[in-house]
Write a protein that binds this ligand. Structure first.
Ligand code: SF4
Length: 76
């Protein structure tokens, strides 16, 4: 008997360097389930280990960030 529930494993782990963020908002627009902005416009990571389409959007957002504040690492 195998009662283990299969879940989609995170492909990436997302981190944001808020000291670099210039509040452009590209990330929140590109990957709204992964990134948001606080009242000052600074990036907030909503989902540190996105899966599926959200992971793809996170990669795209990292590529679009004008100051390279977003990093994607292999999921643990
Ligand atoms: S795209 Fe980059 S600079 Fe713009 S809000 Fe997101 S982390 Fe900050």
């Amino acid at each position: 008997m195998n009662g283990e529930q299969r879940r989609e494993q995170p492909a990436v782990r997302v981190t944001a360097d808020t000291s670099r963020c210039v509040s452009s908002g590209q990330c929140a627009v590109t990957a709204p389930s992964v990134f948001d902005q606080d009242e000052a416009g600074q990036v907030v990571v909503l989902a540190a280990e996105p899966v599926g389409r959200a992971a793809e959007q996170a990669r795209e957002a990292a590529a679009r960030c004008p100051v390279s504040a977003l990093r994607l690492h292999p999921a643990r």
